[in-house]
Structures are given as structure tokens and as C-alpha cells.
Write a protein that binds this ligand. Structure first.
Ligand SMILES: C[S@@+](CC[C@H](N)C(=O)[O-])C[C@H]1O[C@@H](n2cnc3c(N)ncnc32)[C@H](O)[C@@H]1O
Length: 521
């Protein structure tokens, strides 16, 4: 076996992760690559020139030259066309793992590149079926470490073009997805049902590949368009088919413009359509694609058609080669391992979720503990006076209890002494109570009476003082009367002395007369 000249080595760089190194005529030659696929392809190409083989590289067994530089300027444009060295075919495009040779297979190299170059945050595919296109996007996302969430929507019931689908397909596709389950999930439902799961302007790359009649594809396009982000891109498959009810071509004619669309006319036609006209905020890849003139467009189409053909050839030769069985076995083994890895990944995700949840709970508990501690301190402060009060009350209660005990003891001793039966005591108590109540009633009555009495006393006082005043008036009047009487008497005396006295004799005589007459009568 000839000695290897060019070897692939891991390389620690922000962008370039692989280095291909080889000595040519005593001098080291190095080249740096983003992906391992490109590095291996380059090493193989170089070794093929010298007849050496790179067993480390794990290259496709049958090689076909595809030595064109990527016209869209992706990182694969390292190899230059060198027809003079074209001795064996070499395919150094991405090795698509889920290659089914179905209707989408001719666009797989482009899908792989688009995912890497566009690096969408959200990718949605409407119509997954067996996942040939979907898993190519996922493979690229995984290998190129794209931070994307992928969603595949399908009822897995089939449609008028595919016919009814074997129920096994959905199960097999779900199992295959395990290896990408950290960023990819399926929604087994109708497209319109999935609409509400996606906010407006949230999808950066949307692949519409459901039912291909004009009405259906137009309905899918119009209902999902609001979900597309401002710089978002829509892919439409089967654009060039015009028979058997296919009507995507008609929609394409309605929406395609010069500054926002590109059509790959091979492989049933893949339309690339951007919501906004292509501009400076788009990646170089998208600008080259959607801004391509006719000649550039043809170059791009040829490039991807060649890549897809080379891939198809490699796949078919691989299938037919003597190593086919071994390859199939290895493939199955790899898929089993991928499934196992996916299972482990899911368990890991679950554990991480549990740990995260536990951590959240612990943090919450710690926060609550601090809060409780604080509240506790505040309440302790508030409780301090209450505690003192309680202490005092408690002491008072103890005193009272002690007193009660003492009294009870005294009572018991007295009860012992007098030997009063408890019924008697009860009777006495009742009597005391009755008496107390009667006493209280009496006291109330007394108070009432006292009040009446007081009122009457006051009234009496008032009458007495009135009486005294009247009495004083009477005394005064009596005095006045006596004085008047005296004056009268004196006056009478004085009158009788001056007036009556001269008639004394006559009067006496008269009296005598009057008296004699009376006696005669
Ligand atoms: C052409 S196939 C998809 C091919 C796939 N992209 C591939 O790479 O092979 C169309 C798929 O769309 C699904 N489909 C069609 N109309 C649908 C709808 N309205 N809702 C959900 N799934 C639908 C079908 O079940 C079918 O699996």
C-alpha cells in the first residue's frame, strides 16, 4: 500500500476545525477546512494524484470528480478544476446519510449548503413523508453546528399524489429523528392545525412540500406566509411538473420575481423564494443565488445538478459494489448506534431537565427560607411585647391558681371541719346567689327610691322655701296689720276723745234709752 501523503487532522480554530497536511517534494503543504467532509475530500483528491490512499478518511469507495468550485462561494470552493488530473471520479460533496433516491434526492446537496449558509433559527417543513429532504437539513444543522429548531409537519396519511402512506413510515421516521431530537421535532397533524403553534414572523426557512395541486399549494403558501420572518425564505418543490394535477408551477409564475427568487429546473424543480428583495443584510450565499444573472444562474444550477448526480452515482455504485452487504450492515449498525445515542441523549435531556427543575426548586426554597427568616425576625420583634404580656399574665395566672389552690385547701379544711355535705353547700350557694340577686334587686330599687326621694326632697325644699316666703310675707302682713291696728286704735282713741266724748252723755243716754226700750219690748 503506498504511503499516505495527505492526512486529515483536527484543528483548534474558531472557524476552521480540520487541517489537511502533506509533504510534497520535502515541503509541508497545509490547507484548512470548516467540515471534515471537505477535508477528507481534499486529502483524497491530493492522494489520488499521487496514487496514495487515505484509509483514515473513510472516503466513498467509488469516486467521481466534482472539481468545480462552489459558485455560491461557500467554504467548499477550495478545489479548482484541474481536468489534467481527472483520472478517477471523486465526489467530495456532503455525504448524505438519509439517501432514499426519492423525488427530492436531486436537491440534497443544495439543501445541505442552504442550511449551513443561511443558518436559520427556525426551520419548518410541511410534508415530511420519509424525511429525505427533512433529515438532510437536520444532518447539515448537526454537522455545521447550526443553532436551529427544526419542525416537520405531516399527517402521515398521504395525499392525492402520494396515495395512502404505510403507517410504518411515521414510526420509522420518528425513530430516525431520535438522533436529532435535541433540536428537531415532528408535529403529526394537518398543516392548518400546526399554524397556531408558530407565532407570526418566526420562521426563517419554510419548505412547502405537501399536496401539489394549485389550490392546495396556494392555500399552504398564503396561510403560512405571515409566519415567515422578514428575511425568511420559502422553498417550493415540484415546481416544473405540469401533469397529474401538479400546479405549483402556476403559483410560482404568480410569485417569482427577478430580485427574490431562483428556480432549479432539474429534479422536478425546486423554487427558492424570498419574502423581501435580496439585499445587503442577506448572506453572501443568498445574495449570489437570488441576485444571479442568467449565466451565473446556469452555473449555479449546473453545479448543484452535478453534485446531486455525483451523489446519486456514488449511492448507486455503493449499493451495487461487492461491499454492498457490508456497507448495509455497517449502515444498520450505525443507525442502531445513532438510535441508542438518541435514546441516551433523551435520557440525558430528561436528567438535565430534572436537575434544572430541582435546581429551580432548591433556589426557590432558599429564597423562601430567606424570606421566612426575615418574616420570622419581624414577627419576633412584634411578639416581644406580647410575650412580656403573656409572661405577666402567666405569672398572674400562677398567682391566681396558687391563691385558688390555697383557698380550695382552706375551704376543704373548713368543709371537713363543718362536715357540710356538698348538696347542702350547693343549696347554700344557691341561696347565697338568690339572696345576692334579691339584694341586688333591692339595691336597685333602693337606688330608684333614693332618686325618687331626692326628687321629692328637692320638690319639698322648693315648697318649703315658698312656704317660708309666704310665711314671712304673712308675718310681715300680720306685723303691718298690728301696726295698722295700733294706729287705728290710737286714731280711734284720738277721734273718740275729740268727737265722741262731747256726745258721751247723749250716747250713754241713748244707750240707756235703747236699753229701756228693749226691756219694754
Ligand atoms: C410529497 S410528500 C413529502 C415529500 C418529502 N418532503 C420528501 O422529502 O420526500 C407530501 C407529504 O405531505 C403530507 N401532506 C399533504 N397535505 C397535507 C396536509 N394538508 N396536512 C398534513 N400533511 C399533508 C402527506 O402526508 C405526505 O407525506
Amino acid at each position: 500500500m503506498p504511503k499516505l501523503r495527505f492526512r486529515v487532522k483536527p484543528y483548534a480554530h474558531k472557524k476552521y476545525k480540520f487541517l489537511v497536511r502533506g509533504k510534497v517534494l520535502g515541503k509541508w503543504r497545509r490547507r484548512y477546512f470548516v467540515t471534515e467532509t471537505e477535508a477528507i475530500a481534499f486529502a483524497e483528491q491530493e492522494n489520488a494524484k499521487t496514487g496514495s490512499k487515505n484509509s483514515d478518511a473513510g472516503s466513498p469507495p467509488n469516486e467521481m470528480a466534482l472539481r468545480t468550485a462552489s459558485p455560491t462561494g461557500g467554504p467548499r470552493s477550495t478545489a479548482a478544476i484541474d481536468f489534467a488530473t481527472l483520472v478517477t471520479p471523486t465526489y467530495f460533496g456532503p455525504r448524505i446519510r438519509r439517501y432514499l433516491g426519492d423525488s427530492w434526492c436531486m436537491h440534497l446537496p443544495f439543501a445541505y449548503d442552504l442550511m449551513r449558509e443561511l443558518a436559520p433559527k427556525v426551520f419548518v417543513e410541511l410534508g415530511v413523508k420519509q424525511g429525505e429532504s427533512y433529515f438532510c437539513f437536520c444532518q447539515s444543522a448537526a454537522e455545521n453546528k447550526i443553532n436551529v429548531r427544526c419542525f416537520g409537519v405531516d399527517s402521515w396519511r398521504g395525499d392525492i399524489q402520494t396515495g395512502d402512506l404505510d403507517p410504518q413510515i411515521q414510526q420509522e421516521v420518528a425513530e430516525y429523528n431520535w438522533q436529532y431530537s435535541s433540536f428537531s421535532e415532528f408535529k403529526a397533524m394537518l398543516f392548518e392545525e400546526a399554524l397556531e403553534d408558530f407565532p407570526d414572523a418566526s420562521i426563517d426557512l419554510l419548505h412547502i412540500d405537501g399536496t401539489h395541486t394549485y389550490d392546495d399549494v396556494k392555500a399552504d403558501f398564503e396561510s403560512w406566509l405571515p409566519k415567515l420572518s422578514p428575511n425568511g425564505i420559502i422553498l417550493l418543490h415540484d415546481v416544473i411538473l405540469r401533469d397529474r394535477g401538479f400546479g405549483v408551477w402556476k403559483l410560482w409564475e404568480e410569485i417569482a420575481r427577478e430580485d427574490n427568487s431562483f428556480l432549479f429546473e432539474f429534479g422536478y424543480g425546486l423554487g427558492v423564494w424570498k419574502k423581501q428583495p435580496v439585499g445587503s443584510s442577506d448572506s453572501f450565499f443568498v445574495r449570489r443565488l437570488l441576485g444571479a444573472n442568467e449565466i451565473e444562474g446556469r452555473t449555479i444550477s449546473e453545479y448543484y445538478a452535478n453534485a446531486a448526480s455525483a451523489l446519486a452515482l456514488w449511492q448507486s455504485v455503493e449499493g451495487q459494489s461487492g461491499a454492498g452487504d457490508q456497507v448495509a450492515r455497517l449502515k444498520a449498525e450505525i443507525e442502531e448506534k445513532a438510535r441508542h445515542a438518541a435514546q441516551l441523549q433523551r435520557e440525558l435531556d430528561e436528567r438535565s431537565q430534572q436537575v434544572a427543575q430541582f435546581r429551580t426548586e432548591v433556589e426557590e426554597a432558599a429564597r423562601l427560607a430567606v424570606q421566612l427568616q426575615r418574616e420570622n425576625e419581624q414577627q419576633s420583634k412584634l411578639l416581644e411585647p406580647l410575650k412580656n404580656q403573656l409572661k405577666t399574665s402567666h405569672e398572674e395566672l400562677l398567682d391566681a391558681r396558687w391563691e385558688a389552690l390555697t383557698l380550695r385547701g382552706t375551704l376543704a379544711r373548713k368543709a371537713d371541719l363543718v362536715d357540710v355535705p356538698s348538696s347542702r353547700l350547693l343549696e347554700l350557694e344557691n341561696r347565697v346567689e338568690t339572696t345576692t340577686s334579691e339584694r341586688d334587686q333591692l339595691r336597685a330599687m333602693l337606688v330608684s327610691l333614693q332618686s325618687d326621694l331626692e326628687q321629692e326632697r328637692l320638690a319639698g325644699q322648693a315648697q318649703q322655701s315658698e312656704f317660708r316666703a309666704t310665711q314671712a310675707q304673712l308675718i310681715q302682713m300680720t306685723k303691718d296689720l298690728r301696726s295698722n291696728q295700733k294706729q287705728m286704735d290710737r286714731l280711734r282713741e284720738s277721734i273718740s276723745g275729740r268727737l265722741i266724748l262731747p256726745f258721751g252723755k247723749s250716747q250713754r243716754k241713748l244707750r240707756q234709752l235703747t236699753g229701756s226700750r228693749t226691756a219694754n219690748d
